[in-house]
Design a protein around this ligand. Sequence first.
Ligand SMILES: *[C@@H]1O[C@H](CO)[C@@H](O)[C@H](O)[C@H]1NC(C)=O
Ligand SMILES: *[C@@H]1O[C@H](CO)[C@@H](O)[C@H](O)[C@H]1NC(C)=O
Ligand SMILES: *[C@@H]1O[C@H](CO)[C@@H](O)[C@H](O)[C@H]1NC(C)=O
Ligand SMILES: *[C@@H]1O[C@H](CO)[C@@H](O)[C@H](O)[C@H]1NC(C)=O
Length: 189
Amino acid sequence: MDVFLFSFICCKLMFFLSESSFASDTITSSQSLSDGRTLVSKEGSFELGFFSPGSSKNRYVGIWYENMPVKTVVWVANRINPINDSSGLLVVNETGNLVLTSQNKSVVWSANLSKEVQTPVVLQLLDSGNLVLRGERDGGSETYLWQSFDYPSDTLLPGMKLGWDFKTGLERRITSWKSSDDPSPGDFI
Ligand SMILES: *[C@@H]1O[C@H](CO)[C@@H](O)[C@H](O)[C@H]1NC(C)=O
Ligand SMILES: *[C@@H]1O[C@H](CO)[C@@H](O)[C@H](O)[C@H]1NC(C)=O
Ligand SMILES: *[C@@H]1O[C@H](CO)[C@@H](O)[C@H](O)[C@H]1NC(C)=O
Ligand SMILES: *[C@@H]1O[C@H](CO)[C@@H](O)[C@H](O)[C@H]1NC(C)=O
């Protein structure tokens, strides 16, 4: 009887641990996020995953507020290149690049890092809503290999900057969606 009770509790505990391990804010090198799974920032402010906007059936990777009753998307990765089924995979590949693939591993979108990265890389969704790629050992530093804040969609969040960055040559601007069903760039910048 005791053995039964013990294994019952162990089983429950393992179930609880495996459940809670889904609510992660990071993926590391050679791991991936499939359609249906999400990353949640540490304090639960933002969530990253696959979504279909409005009445569209297309799948996009985006970031939205975790606890808003109406899904409010603040950033979209593959704005102009939707996936037409649930085969999407967001991967941190072996050379440290962030790549979104669909059927047959065809690349739908990538973060387009300018150089190959040798060190192990971590993708993390921060509570600011910033999705960052950083070296695994650069825990607290704010030096990122790539960050979504440098590539705004249609939403400016606190901490984001607009305009020309002289150091990187980046021109950051926000662009409206084409419609509520289509996040591809619309008429207004
Ligand atoms: C989805 O897109 C792929 C190519 O990207 C195409 O081969 C396939 O037929 C499409 N499927 C549907 C249901 O439209
Ligand atoms: C990682 O992705 C980038 C961008 O698509 C690509 O250029 C690079 O070859 C990929 N690395 C590997 C090991 O597949
Ligand atoms: C996937 O690859 C296989 C073999 O390379 C090919 O036969 C098939 O048509 C491809 N499917 C799509 C949807 O591209
Ligand atoms: C990727 O970066 C290179 C050089 O930085 C640039 O020429 C190219 O247009 C970029 N590609 C995409 C898809 O953004």
